[in-house]
Ligand binder design. Structure first.
Ligand code: PDD
Length: 283
């Protein structure tokens, strides 16, 4: 199939699929999600994504009615139905189906939804620009919940200004981007916001840190501000679907782009890691 949807075990052409109005995801955004690319029908970093989904669900006190192995089986079953092996796979788990009332429904069973669509991987040699924007999100950004309104507003503003991303900050302290993490290189070191409640523990960010280890680049996980961002040697935007993008313009002003060697080494590490992990299963 060209694009596939799944809801609690039923699947079909994505645009034909519907969900019940009383799924709490519809009216509360009461659920969690994950997204990762597939290549050659292989789901990238599946264990890390499944683990993070279970962790997000647990923080919202949603108990998945299945285990990790069953979920991985369902995800793989869906990917195998696709015409192309290169896709984005998205899945979400909502608290369940019930009439609208804020307390958790007594007997709701979580609903699993998936979407798979073909994906053209980004060209990492094309550099990007970003705007900076106040982070108006809530204080649970470490949980990958379905509530994304401030992120969507910030991303739209970025796109309307011809930019790729919005770098978010809380009164000057850089947190992350609307749908990515952001790290900087300065004087040969990687500086990246710490894993607290203000940012998502990004899986691509973890691969970037791994790449620093392989390339002898020290890593400082600590808060940094807009001044450090603007004067960074490199601004690196990471996410599962964008891998690692080099940001060379902030709010219309040239930025980063000053540590070619380390940027190339990290970009190559992140990309080659993906390529290696998603080689064809049968050669
Ligand atoms: N977004 N921060 C935010 C707010 C995100 O939404 C994402 C991912 C990331 C990067 O996480 P990871 O490296 O695990 O993809 C950071 C996905 C891609 C999305 O919403 O589509």
């Amino acid at each position: 199939m060209q694009a596939l949807g799944y809801y609690n075990g039923s699947f079909g052409e994505l645009d034909e699929m519907t969900v019940p109005m009383t799924d709490r995801a519809v009216y509360y955004g009461d659920g969690v999600y994950e997204a990762t690319p597939t290549r050659n029908f292989v789901i990238y970093a599946i264990d890390q994504h499944v683990e993070r989904m279970f962790s997000s669900a647990s923080m919202l006190r949603i108990a998945p009615p299945f285990d990790r192995e069953w979920l991985k089986g369902e995800l793989n079953r869906m990917v195998k139905q696709m015409d192309t092996g290169d896709n984005v796979l998205y899945w979400q788990l909502s608290r369940g189906t019930a009439r609208r009332a804020h307390p958790f429904p007594a007997d709701a069973k979580p609903n699993l939804m998936m979407m798979i669509t073909p994906y053209k991987f980004p060209d990492l040699t094309e550099y990007v620009s970003a705007i900076t924007e106040e982070d108006t999100r809530f204080l649970h950004c470490n949980i990958k919940t379905l509530n994304l309104i401030p992120s969507i507003m910030a991303m739209q503003k970025a796109r309307e200004q011809g930019c790729y991303e919005a770098v978010l900050h809380r009164s000057g302290r850089v947190t992350e981007c609307s749908k990515s993490n952001v790290s900087i290189l300065k004087d040969g070191k990687l500086i990246t916001a710490p894993l607290d409640n203000l940012i998502l523990p990004g899986i691509a960010r973890s691969h970037l840190i791994e790449g620093c280890g392989k390339n002898g680049i020290p890593v400082e996980e600590r808060p940094y501000d807009l001044n450090e961002l603007r004067s960074a040697d490199e601004i690196l935007i990471t996410s599962s679907t964008s891998f690692l993008r080099r940001c060379v313009k902030l709010d219309g002003v040239s930025a980063g782009g000053r540590d070619e060697a380390r940027f190339q080494a990290l970009k190559n590490y992140v990309w080659e890691r993906f390529v290696r992990a998603t080689e064809k299963a049968n050669g």
